[in-house]
Every structure is written in structure tokens, then in C-alpha cells.
Ligand binder design. Structure first.
Ligand code: SF4
Length: 479
């Protein structure tokens, strides 16, 4: 996902605790005789990939476990987002090796975005893993496991131009049973200068529309009520027929998924300002169940910096897209952003332009980072990372403070209004409350009462913070 690439997010203590907690597989009953433990880091795309891996390995007789010590196959699905990500993976691998020393037949593998960069070190120099598998090679896992069981080391980090895992039904891991991700494409062709994605996940390719619709239908039939269509740049989704003509574009795909059932909410992430079309905005407007929320990363408000970032749009273009969103979808449409503070050569003037863009848009939410160089990216090769850490942090703080103010201002507008909330489960803070989301992606807390997850509830909003709305459910029940 665009918001989590090639840069480091400044997180609150609470967010840190959440994100630092990698997701691990849960215990399954007796689906298979062999036990698989996967620990996944990073973005939604990576978590979705772990679900594909689990599906592939289920066919090989593996069932998942939450206990590393039970597993005969331990996999770390890695991510290259953060500065310290590599050290963290090394530490985890050292610990896994130490803990499992003496356990016969246990194999350890590294998957995901770090595979290509670290393969030689992990397999040959440090010898701390048995196999290394890149994001496009998961179908090869059964063969690679056989090689490993035969006493060899195994590696496949080949990046494909076709692989989308279209025909594989992911095994939902750690699911709340209400919301799920559906991957619609892989890779990215955009080459933003700070970003590692084109190098770790390869070229952009779209998955067939029919398999996406089938997966979403299957989720709905199983009781899910919200799908998020996932891709690095969803607006450039295109499914072509054999003659190479575009058969389904992203707006059409949205409509196809929305048509499954009005009770299935549809979200998507991530949009690119250069690609989001009026047709997409009109589709959001047409379908009540396509959520009125757009994540539109800006990265900077300065044209000079946008050019260095190779974002291929200007501040004026970005503002035009925001104006169109407001014109077609109105003031209620939720808009969020990614912003990077302190990119190479950024001046105070550039920074002020970022703040003034934020003032113009008044975003509901933001993912905010200070720039941190990623090895191998165009920015690392061409530009000097010359803004001091102190200034980066100070500018990031300005951005965060401004965002908090805008989020509170936007959330205040909801007080007294009635929102349709999809209940996702029990509140993290208290079992007496439930949490759910509005159409425009705001978290809402309500007293538990008789409601349960998966219900749509009409909620009158009574109070808010910059992060959350609180309300009371109205008597009227929704389907
Ligand atoms: S290259 Fe740009 S558009 Fe593509 S994933 Fe990276 S930041 Fe997003």
C-alpha cells in the first residue's frame, strides 16, 4: 500500500504497540496433520499474502497454529517499510533458531518484501533460514519445501509479470468475520523516487474481474459485510481481454462488486492522485454501498518536492482532484492522506506549502512520516538525505498537530447527525461497548446493548475526539 512504503511513520505509543505486534496465525482444528506458523509484518497487502500462502499450504496438509513451538514450518512474512525492519527480522530469526534448536524436522523460511535483498545473507552467510521466497513465488512453496526436506536450501525470488494468485481462495487469518481484504492487483509501475515497492513487489498486474467478484460473493455468503479492494494503485486497475482491450476498469470493477448485494460495503485502497477518475467518483456516488471515503496520498504540498519524488502530478492537479471529490461526493466524503516530512532538499518554504495544502483539504485522517532513505531507491541513488533528523521531526510534528486539529474539526461536524455504522466487534477498551465504522471510515463506539458484529446500526453521534466518534444506537434496526 502506498501509505506504508519507503518511509517511516511517526507513531503514537498506542499505534506502536498495535503495529509492532506482528500478526500470527491462529490455532486451527485438524485441517491438516502438519503445523504451520506464519508471522506477518507490514501492510494489508502483506497480510493478504499470508492468507494466500496459508491456502497453498493447506492443500499440502498444513493447518495453522499460534504456537511457534508446535510448528514444523515457521515462516516470517517480511516488510521493508521501516528503518529497523531488517534488524528486527534478524533478531526474530535468531530467537526462532535458538528456541527450536534440537526440535527435529523444523524448517524456517523468510517470505515477502525482504526476500530478494536478504537472500544471500540469510541463506549462505548467516545460515539462519532454510528457504527464502519472494512475493510472486508462493505457488512454488510446495516444491521448495520438498527441496528443504531433502536437505537443501531453497530460494525463489523471481518477480513475475503475470502472477496475481487469482484462482487461490485465501484462508482468512485473524478475521473478525465482518471485514476482509480482497487483492485486485499486485506490484506498481509508478516509480516514486522514495519507494521500494516496484523493486520488492515488481511490475503492476491486475487480477481478473470475475475471480475478484467470485471472492467477494463468497465472503458475503459467509457473512462478511465489507470488502476492501486492495492494490498499490487501484485506479490503474485494468482487466484486458485476449485482444488486449480493456474489458473492466476500476470504476466498472467497483460497480460489479457493489452489485453483489446492497448489504456488502465496498472500500478500496490505495488511490493515486494522477489516476483517480471522475468515473470512479460517480460510481461511489451511484452506489450507496460503495463507501464515501478516499485515501488520496499527497506526500507533499510543494511542486518542487513532488517533482523530486516523481509523483507525476502538481499541487494544482491534486487540488483539482479534491475539488472534484467535493463537487461530486460533497463535504461528507471522508478524505485521508499520506504525507512525508523532510524529503531530500525540502526547505521551510516547501514545508509551509504542505501545511497550506492540509489547510485547504482539511483531511479526516492521515498517515504521517518523516523521510527515511531506502537502499536501492532512485532517491537513495540520486539525492542527498540532507534534512537533519531534528528538522524532520519538527516538521513532522507540525504536520501531526495540524492533522489532529483538522480531524477534530471534521469529527465535530458529525455530532448530532445520524450515521449508519457497521459493527465490527467489541471495543478494544471495554467489553460493554461495541466498535464499528461509518461509511466515511470513522470509528464509532456505542454501548453494547443487543447489537452484535455484522449488524448495521443507526447511531446518533453524541461526542467525539480527534480519533473516534461516540454515540447511541437508535431504536430503528437496519438489515
Ligand atoms: S511507487 Fe509510488 S504509487 Fe507505487 S507503491 Fe510506491 S509510493 Fe505507491
Amino acid at each position: 500500500m502506498e501509505d506504508l512504503k519507503g518511509k517511516m511513520k511517526e507513531l503514537s505509543a498506542e499505534e506502536k504497540a498495535d503495529l509492532d505486534q506482528a500478526r500470527i496465525t491462529a490455532d486451527e482444528e485438524t485441517v491438516g496433520t502438519k503445523k504451520l506458523f506464519i508471522e506477518s509484518y507490514g501492510c494489508a497487502m502483506n497480510f493478504a499474502d499470508s492468507e494466500v500462502v496459508t491456502s497453498i499450504l493447506r492443500d499440502e496438509g498444513y493447518s495453522t497454529t499460534s504456537k511457534e513451538y508446535e510448528a514444523s514450518l515457521i515462516l516470517l512474512n517480511t516488510c521493508s517499510i521501516r528503518d529497523n525492519a531488517e534488524q528486527k527480522v534478524r533478531k526474530r530469526l535468531a530467537l526462532i533458531n535458538a528456541r527450536n534448536k534440537g526440535r527435529k524436522g523444523v524448517k524456517v523460511g523468510v517470505l515477502g518484501c525482504m526476500a530478494e535483498r536478504l537472500k544471500t545473507q540469510l541463506l549462505e552467510e548467516e545460515k539462519i533460514v532454510d528457504m527464502v521466497v519472494g512475493p510472486d513465488a508462493y505457488r512454488d512453496l510446495p516444491n521448495l519445501i520438498k527441496e528443504v526436506e531433502g536437505g537443501q536450501k531453497a530460494v525463489n525470488v523471481f518477480l513475475s509479470r503475470e502472477e496475481t494468485y487469482a484462482d487461490i481462495t485465501p484462508v482468512r487469518l485473524g478475521s473478525n468475520g465482518v471485514t476482509a481484504f480482497v487483492s485486485i492487483m499486485r506490484g506498481c509501475d509508478n516509480m516514486c523516487s522514495f519507494c521500494v515497492v516496484p523493486y520488492t513487489r515488481g511490475r503492476e498486474r491486475s487480477r481478473s474481474a470475475s475471480t475478484i467478484v467470485a471472492e467477494a460473493q463468497d465472503l458475503f455468503d459467509k457473512g462478511y459485510r465489507e470488502v476492501t479492494l486492495l492494490g498499490q494503485n487501484v485506479d490503474s486497475y485494468k482487466w484486458k481481454n485476449e485482444a488486449g482491450e480493456i474489458e473492466t476498469n476500476f470504476a466498472q470493477l467497483l460497480a460489479l462488486v457493489a452489485d453483489i448485494n446492497p448489504l456488502l460495503r465496498v472500500r478500496f485502497s490505495t488511490s493515486h492522485p494522477k489516476d483517480i477518475t471522475d468515473e470512479v467518483l460517480h460510481t461511489i456516488k451511484k452506489y450507496e454501498n460503495v463507501c464515501n471515503y478516499i485515501h488520496l496520498p499527497a506526500q507533499s504540498g510543494s511542486n518542487r518536492i513532488l517533482e523530486l519524488m516523481n509523483r507525476t502530478y502538481t499541487r494544482e492537479w491534486y487540488i483539482n482532484r479534491i475539488d472534484k471529490i467535493r463537487e461530486i461526493l460533497g463535504e461528507d466524503c471522508g478524505i485521508s492522506h499520506d504525507m512525508i516530512a523532510g524529503f531530500c532538499t525540502e526547505t521551510e518554504e516547501d514545508h509551509q506549502e504542505t501545511l497550506s495544502l492540509m489547510d485547504y483539504v482539511k483531511y479526516d485522517y492521515g498517515y504521517m512520516y518523516y523521510y527515511s532513505e531506502r537502499p536501492g531507491t532512485p532517491a537513495a541513488k540520486k539525492f542527498e538525505d540532507d534534512v537533519t533528523l531534528e528538522i524532520k521531526k519538527k516538521r513532522l510534528d507540525d504536520i501531526i498537530q495540524k492533522q489532529r486539529g483538522h480531524a477534530l474539526e471534521r469529527n465535530n461536524l458529525s455530532i448530532g447527525t445520524i450515521k449508519k455504522v457497521l459493527i465490527e466487534g467489541v471495543s478494544k477498551r471495554s467489553d460493554d461497548f461495541l466498535q464499528g465504522r461509518t461509511d466515511d471510515n470513522k470509528m464509532v463506539i456505542i454501548p453494547k446493548d443487543k447489537h452484535k458484529k455484522g449488524d448495521y446500526v443507526q447511531v446518533k453521534i453524541t461526542e467525539c475526539t480527534s480519533a473516534t466518534l461516540k454515540g447511541i444506537a437508535l431504536a430503528e434496526e437496519l438489515a
